[in-house]
Design a protein. Structure first.
Length: 474
């Protein structure tokens, strides 16, 4: 069956479940682990559930379906999932709650085996390649009262036209490609998300146009390796249709930049090895593309980078940063760093600190290396002892925090353009928005500023957010 017909079939299942659920006032609770791609997948699951007649609840004890969208990039997500499942057992026994688990972790055989053995009360297990079939799986569980395991081990396909329920009204994520072909030696993603495949330019552009007409202001383009958008298609001669001049990541940025009423464009994550000059030019040229670029470093040491299969050296990374800073005025950078990759010595770790000192990142996402079954990193013999990993992590964290504090000082007293996203999570009397460089700014103001881009004067800094004030109208 082609993907269009598969989606059509799922629409029929949505209607069937909706009929069964009529007048029942059923609720669902969803817990999402991991990256923004997973968040975007969860928005699709929410879309399907809401069309099937369920409404969202934040309280698992109120729910008729508890859904987990899992991540397996690092070990701690596994512990969290198993903890949550243990908590749900009682609810399952008391009220027959349906429990479904999907996402990356379900593509790992040892995990699904553990779930079947230790948590036999789970109703549905589905993987990354069968997310679109959730309505069919749910229908089977309800009608036939049996356990469903729906996991495929394939390269993956692109499904268009699934319902979606977005979590924000201001900013929207748009997945432009799935999968990854890079096989960094620490990373499980290529094994659980399959090979790289890009969405058709027309589908992306039309989605962004629709978002614009629905009032969205910020678009976040998502993919495991966004700057190789359409590259595999070109290399392998897989057919794609050029639309509005889009035939690469650079031209995609340009086309989205032209869409009226979109004000900001971000993207995650690019790979440094694929950061071509045409992309740099478009970032510089397109006024809507935010000048904060996420550029994952992973390690600052050339030998470790080679072992990680990252395909760039310390110098190449620094040269790329230099080139980008020269060509893109006001550029700031954020990054991902892993400490304690197998074989990393204290001296090699110092190179990571050196790059951090030199680049002065706006934000650093720091990770302790976590062994992932099935990856080359897991088979390496020279694993770094836990306490050394933690020591390095603490050292990196101290450096990053001192840099962030110093960097935040630079904002104080300046006027920043802030896109207001809503009420502050921690203080309902305040509003919260973000600068172009993705810094959270909290300020007092009337609710009709939500969704608007306004000028704010930064009055103080607080490590993870800035405080702003509305400028007096003179
Ligand atoms: N251990 C620790 N961090 C990892 N990441 C990916 N795999 C691992 C792992 N096995 C980090 C990388 C990546 C981010 C999303 O997660 O830094 O960029
Ligand atoms: Fe993992 Fe590397 Fe692919 Fe990113 S580029 S998803 S780190 S394998």
């Amino acid at each position: 069956m082609n993907t269009k017909n598969e989606v059509k079939l799922q629409q029929e299942y949505i209607e069937k479940v909706k009929k069964i659920n009529k007048n029942k006032n059923l609720k669902y609770n969803i817990l999402t682990f991991g990256c923004q791609l997973n968040e975007n997948d969860s928005e699709k699951l929410c879309g399907m559930l809401e069309e099937m007649g369920y409404t969202k609840t934040e309280k698992p004890e109120e729910a008729d379906i508890a859904l987990f969208n899992t991540c397996c990039v690092r070990e701690n997500a596994e512990d969290k999932l198993f903890g949550k499942l243990g908590e749900l057992k009682r609810l399952k026994e008391q009220k027959g709650l349906i429990i479904a688990i999907g996402g990356c972790m379900m593509q790992e055989k040892h995990i699904t085996n553990k779930i079947k053995e230790s948590y036999p009360f789970v109703d549905i297990i589905f993987g990354t390649h069968t997310l679109h079939k959730f309505p069919e799986d749910l229908h089977k569980t309800i009608e036939e009262k049996r356990k469903i395991e729906d996991i495929l081990d394939i390269d993956g396909k692109v499904y268009e036209g699934l319902p979606i329920r977005r979590s924000s009204k201001t900013k929207a994520s748009v997945t432009i490609m799935n999968g990854c072909n890079n096989f960094c030696s620490y990373c499980i993603v290529p094994y659980v998300r399959g090979r790289e495949r890009s969405r058709q330019p027309r589908d992306i552009i039309n989605e962004v146009r629709e978002l614009a007409s629905n009032g969205y202001k910020e678009i976040i383009l998502l993919g495991q390796n966004v700057n190789s958008y359409l590259r595999v298609e070109k290399e392998k001669g897989i057919e794609f249709e050029e639309y509005e001049g889009v035939n690469s990541f650079a031209t995609l940025l340009r086309a989205i930049n032209k869409i009226d009423s979109i004000e900001r464009i971000r993207f995650v994550s690019p790979h440094p090895k694929d950061f071509t000059d045409d992309v740099i030019e478009q970032i510089a040229d397109c006024e809507k593309v935010c000048k904060l670029i996420h550029l994952p470093l992973q390690s600052g040491n050339t030998k470790v980078l080679k072992e990680m299969n990252r395909k760039y050296t310390k110098e190449q990374y620094l040269n790329l940063v230099e080139k980008m800073k020269n060509k893109i005025p006001n550029l700031t950078l954020s990054t991902d760093i892993i400490v304690g990759f197998p074989g990393e010595t204290d001296e090699e770790f110092e190179d990571t600190l050196d790059v951090v000192r030199k680049v002065k990142f706006e934000q650093v996402y720091m990770f302790i290396y976590s062994r992932r079954v099935g990856t080359p990193g897991d088979k390496m013999e020279n694993q770094v002892p836990e306490e050394i990993k933690h020591k390095r992590f603490d050292k990196l964290k101290a450096l990053v925090e001192s840099q962030i504090e110093e960097n935040n000082q630079k904002y104080v007293g300046t006027i920043q353009k802030v896109l207001v996203e809503g009420e502050s999570k921690n203080n309902k009397n305040m509003l919260s928005g973000r600068t172009d460089s993705n810094k959270v700014v909290i300020f007092e103001g009337s609710k009709d500023l939500i969704d608007k881009t306004i000028d704010l004067k930064i009055v103080s800094e607080h490590m993870w957010y800035l405080k702003g004030e509305l400028e007096e109208i003179k």
